[in-house]
Ligand binder design. Structure first.
Ligand SMILES: *Cc1c(COP(=O)(O)O)cnc(C)c1O
Length: 386
């Protein structure tokens, strides 16, 4: 065993696979519980889209978090894992009728509605069932997050949400509908946000909108500020638990929550990101003209973030203590973007070495594909390796 990985247990497993360190996950969940718990009326949902591995979901459910879902499949996965339907919220810019019906049948806590046509369909489908659906509007706060363009979602030109100018109108429509109950507002400005100033900007915007509503004598009980807290991809060991203290304190300081309101959060990456690593074996070391390549049996089909978002993941050769050399670390898939890292310093690489691609617990396994007719990677927890 080198460092935190039980390499002897890895020998018999087919690579590539995801390895989830359950101690890191449980410590992360404890930190969330402790820091959110300081404020009494904070309710945290886990954003299932970050990782829906049933073993991971089971541990998160045990900690008492609710679930934030963006599809009918995620609602099913959450309920199957034991999340109470009364703690499920459902967002998404394109909800199919069957997904809305499924959510109505489960009596989920709230639909986070992203357009007027969607609101009309929810009202119709709820009427057919003789039910009243709780709804909140996802408002586009036009707050920029300082993160990668593909993962910022709160700007006016994004496809998500309803513009602030339309807020009054959509609320009036909802208040006139017999089969929806308008309960509050939802926001989500983006992902991998490390600058607390971005969340302060969101708080200020929420305060403005609340003042507007109160001027109209509209009281809401539910405010949902989404997720987005980032993780330290450069230092997965030194900072394995994100700064939840600063995160929740930012909201406590800047968001003027009324006594009858509950503040909801939807954290994904910050819950599961650091507990997971993609474990691969080195197939070949290939000498190029000016560089050498470490060619892995894992590729962009197993972890697409580097190809999709130019994301950085720390890579370690966990089999080797040999002197450090520099490699381009690549996968076997027939795409030039199938590269995990360029000019990476690694302990000398040989065929058969195990490589760990770190901080891969979020948007890793769940985004795997079968492109090139590859098999999906398995996911194992450290609990299974004892
Ligand atoms: C993806 C998503 C989240 C979670 O985002 P993270 O950056 O992983 O915390 C929360 N809410 C909504 C609506 C989302 O789409």
């Amino acid at each position: 065993m080198k460092g935190i990985f039980p390499i002897d247990k890895f020998q018999s497993l087919r690579t590539p696979f995801y390895y989830y360190d359950t101690k890191v996950l449980r410590d992360t969940l404890s930190a969330i519980r402790a820091e959110a718990g300081r404020y009494g009326n904070y309710s945290v949902h886990y954003a299932v889209k970050a990782n829906a591995n049933p073993k991971v979901l089971a541990i998160i459910r045990e900690s008492g978090l609710g679930a934030d879902c963006v599809s009918g499949g995620e609602i099913r996965a959450a309920v199957k894992a034991g999340f109470p339907a009364g703690k499920v919220v459902f967002a998404g810019v394109g909800k199919s009728d069957w997904e809305i019906n499924l959510a109505l049948d489960y009596d989920i806590f709230c639909f986070n509605v992203e357009s007027i046509p969607e609101l009309e369909v929810i009202n119709q489908l709820a009427a057919a069932k003789g039910k009243v659906a709780r709804v909140a509007f996802r408002i586009n706060p036009n707050v920029g997050a300082h993160t990668h363009a593909n993962i910022t979602t709160g700007l006016a030109e994004n496809k998500f949400g309803i513009s602030m100018e339309d807020m009054d109108k959509v609320i009036d429509i909802a208040l006139s509908m017999p089969h929806v109950e308008f309960i509050g507002l939802h926001f989500h400005i983006g992902s991998q946000i490390l600058d607390m100033g971005d969340f302060v900007a969101l708080c200020n915007r929420v305060n403005e909108l609340q003042d507007k509503l109160e001027a109209r004598q509209i009281r809401i009980s539910y405010i949902n500020v989404g997720g987005g807290l980032g993780i330290d991809y450069a230092h997965p060991n030194r900072q394995s638990i994100p700064d939840f203290k600063a995160y929740f304190a930012t909201y406590n300081t800047h968001l003027k929550l009324r006594s009858y309101q509950t503040l909801h959060f939807e954290l994904g990456r910050s819950v599961v990101g650091q507990c997971g690593s993609l474990i691969a074996r080195v197939l070949y070391v290939k000498q190029g003209t000016n560089k050498q390549f470490a060619i892995l049996d894992a590729g962009m089909t197993d972890l697409i973030r580097p190809a999709l978002y130019q994301a950085y993941h720390k890579i370690e050769n966990i089999s080797s203590e040999r002197p450090v050399e520099t490699y381009d670390v690549v996968g076997p898939v027939c795409e030039s973007s199938d590269v995990f890292g360029k000019a990476v310093d690694l302990n000398g690489v040989q065929r058969g070495d195990f490589m760990a691609i770190r901080s891969a617990g979020a948007y890793g396994e769940i985004m795997a594909s079968v492109y090139n007719c590859r098999e999906l990677p398995q996911g194992y927890t450290s609990d299974e390796m004892i």
